[in-house]
Design a protein around this ligand. Structure first.
Ligand code: DC
Length: 233
């Protein structure tokens, strides 16, 4: 079974997807981290993403690997562990632009589909329910009020990158989130959009457990819709 969770920045996708996967015994994939890993390498190599030939040359030697390490996931690009670096401000500032490059998306979509073969998994991102897994068994679209999302992002940054968060205000966070969502929603390839058959869940005023509970209810609805009618004699 494949469950997709899409939605804008800081709606709780990763936390919810992780908790949901744990409670179902599924594996979980954070596809934003994959785009971040590629963006990290684009910055490192100074690739001009407006030049299709440069992107092609870059992709021809790109090796992306995900390893389970100490219970968490580690992301490797061309053999180097970039798990920490992909959460930094430089990558966050560049990732939307990198994720809008069609050839880069093509490569990552192929990797994501290959990861889904023969497994039960929760995939979290922006285009999981629309483009990558249009036939997913259950599709969720998380939403949330901008201010709540910005506060979450700020709290998270304070925890994982205190130096970067030191002088960051809630207003700056709101601006950054709005800009990224706007860019991700208006790009020409695979924009962030709710799939027609996705369930919307607003996470603003709910705990992670409450959101996961709501997703279980959505899962039951899908199951009963697909249940075969009783045999008639
Ligand atoms: O979920 P995140 O904030 O870590 O994602 C980083 C960026 O990657 C986000 O701004 C949009 C892009 N992304 C995407 O285009 N498609 C996905 N499936 C996941 C993320």
């Amino acid at each position: 079974m494949i469950i997709t969770i899409d939605g804008p920045v800081a709606t709780g996708k990763s936390t919810v997807a992780k908790r949901l996967a744990e409670s179902l015994g599924y594996i979980y994939f954070d596809t934003g981290a994959m785009y971040r890993a590629v963006a990290y390498q684009v910055l490192k190599e100074g690739v001009n993403t407006d030049d299709p030939a440069a992107v092609e040359a870059f992709l021809s030697h790109l090796d992306l690997d995900i390893k389970i390490k100490r219970g968490g996931k580690s992301y490797f690009v061309n053999g180097a562990d970039v798990t920490e670096e992909i959460r930094g401000a430089a990558v966050t500032g560049a990732v939307s632009r990198v994720a809008a490059v069609p050839a880069i998306r093509e490569r990552l979509v192929a990797i994501q589909r290959a990861l889904a073969v023969g497994v039960n998994a929760v995939f979290e991102g922006r285009d999981m329910g629309t483009i990558v897994f249009p036939d997913a068994d259950l599709k969720i679209f998380l939403e949330g009020r901008l201010e709540v999302r910005a506060q979450r992002r700020l709290d998270e940054l304070k925890r994982i990158r205190p130096n970067e968060a030191e002088n960051l205000t809630l207003e700056q966070c709101m601006k950054e989130i709005e800009e990224r969502d706007n860019f991700d929603s208006h790009r020409s390839v695979s924009p962030l959009v709710k799939a027609n058959d996705a369930f919307s869940v607003d996470t603003s005023d709910h705990t992670v457990d409450e959101v996961v509970f709501q997703i279980f209810e959505c899962k039951d609805q899908v199951k009963s819709k697909h249940r075969a009618p009783p045999a008639t004699s």
